[in-house]
Write a protein that binds this ligand. Structure first.
Ligand SMILES: Cc1cc2nc3c(=O)[nH]c(=O)nc-3n(C[C@H](O)[C@H](O)[C@H](O)COP(=O)(O)O)c2cc1C
Length: 437
């Protein structure tokens, strides 16, 4: 299924708000998307553009599970299977690729005509926030990554590339290279792009194993792109040309700083007929779920590999869906909590705090996790201070230069042998209130 088909499906099911009134891409559209929170929206008329825009299409795990046709509890095994069994997508010719139905040549490229939203009052400019970058390297093949991009001219964007990302490694090797930024993708492409897999693994093949996709050759270089996406910006990115990127409200809902980032010069735009722009509100639900959820399978795997029975993982929104991880284990040895903490850090290197709980604790319920901390945790025995290490560039409290941050873990599991009180939550007798009231 494509982004387009899914948007249409939501509309038929009455699960989408359609805004018919003309809305400005500057601050007005983002305000409406924010008010609607987890409700999908389609803007029929954007004041500055001939194109429609849509948002909040995948704001929850439930929405992504619905797209994949599975239960929320099956997301970790589904993504794990796709990572372990990538498969080749169907290749189609350009004439059969919706994303290349309309072609705009270099001299007509004008990013002002696209509904690139200006999200927050103090942002540095209009930002593409749902763009999936396809890049190719002679040794490692193709890679897929998300990279936000700030519009700095009619055909130029400065692109935020976090150090050590695979795309960063490609660019460091090539200095200047062609890329395609694809906008308007289904959840299989979005989730695959957000996974962190071994260098050299083509995430389009992971996407295809999540749900079959079609790919087509890009117009300006030898790489395959999702054939059913809505827009493709093709061009070159260079380390020799840099420009300020930011400020930008990021995942933590705080404002990220201005950095000098590589410039992407767009030399061709292709799009579907009647294309729909995929807007994505930074820091809000859709951004959070797409960042955090694809890390859960890697954490799950690492904890099991460490010999601890992992039951579930939640990279929870309260921790910005990035800095905090909750791990539910079936504790069999006294050391399992600590082992799970160390293994979970291996599965998500940007994480700052890990919380490990027993199998009776609901890791989606903040109060229950806090209850486990209040009743089962003794800091002198169950707190692990991992040390000051490189963490996330998104954490405002980390050292701004090297992103050094103190990483630690909380083992909130009960001891296997209790000497005093019981650790289970007592069950009260049940009553059928209809009989009494
Ligand atoms: C919505 C969204 C926006 C993102 N924006 C950026 C970004 O601007 N720069 C960046 O380096 N990573 C960004 N990321 C994270 C990377 O795309 C992601 O971690 C990816 O898995 C890294 O892939 P790699 O292991 O191939 O390097 C974003 C992720 C999501 C889900």
């Amino acid at each position: 299924m494509s982004f387009r088909e899914h948007v249409e499906k939501l509309e038929k099911a009455g699960k989408k708000t359609v805004v018919k009134k003309t809305v400005s891409k500057k601050l007005e559209a983002s305000a409406i998307i924010n008010e609607l929170s987890d409700k999908a929206v389609l803007f029929e008329k954007i004041k500055e553009s001939e194109f429609r825009a849509s948002a909040n299409i995948f704001p929850t795990k439930q929405a992504i599970a619905d797209y994949f046709g599975c239960k929320v509890s099956d997301l970790i095994p589904t993504i794990t299977r796709a990572i372990e069994n990538p498969s080749k997508p169907e290749i189609v010719e350009s004439k059969n690729a919706p994303c290349q139905e309309v072609e705009i040549e270099a001299n007509n490229v004008d990013l002002d005509k696209l509904p690139i939203l200006f999200h927050c009052p103090n942002d540095g400019g209009n930002f593409i926030s749902s763009g999936v970058v396809v890049a190719k390297d002679s040794q490692y093949g193709q890679n897929l990554d998300f990279h936000r991009a700030m519009q700095i001219g009619k055909n130029k964007l400065s692109v935020r590339i976090v150090k050590t990302r695979h795309f960063d490694q490609f660019l460091e090797r090539q200095k200047k290279m062609p890329i395609a930024m694809c906008i308007g993708n289904g959840a299989e492409v979005l989730v695959a792009a957000a996974t962190s897999v071994d260098l050299g693994k083509n995430e389009l093949e992971i996407a295809n194993s999540l749900k079959p996709i079609r790919v087509v050759k890009a117009k300006t270089f030898d790489a395959y792109i999702p054939a059913d996406c809505e827009f493709v910006l093709e061009g070159t990115i260079s380390l020799e040309e840099k420009a300020g990127e930011g400020p930008f409200v990021d995942l933590t809902e705080t404002q990220d700083i201005v950095r000098q980032e590589p410039v992407f010069t767009v030399t061709k735009i292709t799009h579907r007929k009647g294309a729909i722009w995929q807007a994505l509100l930074p820091g809000k639900l859709e951004h959070k779920v797409l960042m955090g959820m694809p890390r859960e399978p890697t954490i799950f795997r690492k904890v099991n590999e460490a010999g601890v029975k992992c039951i579930d993982v939640n990279v929870n929104p309260g921790g910005c869906s990035w800095l905090h991880v909750r791990v539910k284990i079936d504790k069999r040895n006294e050391e399992d909590g600590k082992k799970a903490i160390m293994a979970a850090f291996e599965g998500h290197k940007s994480c700052k705090h890990i919380f490990v709980v027993d199998k009776d604790i609901d890791i989606y319920d903040d109060q229950t996790v806090e209850w486990a901390m209040a009743t089962r945790f003794q800091a002198d025995k169950q707190f692990t201070m991992k040390g000051r290490e490189r963490g996330s560039s998104l954490d405002p409290s980390a050292d701004p230069e090297g992103h050094l941050t103190m990483k630690c873990g909380f083992d909130l599991t009960a001891p296997l042998e209790t000497k005093g009180k019981n650790f289970g939550k007592a069950e009260f007798p049940k009553a059928d209130l209809k009989k009494y009231l």
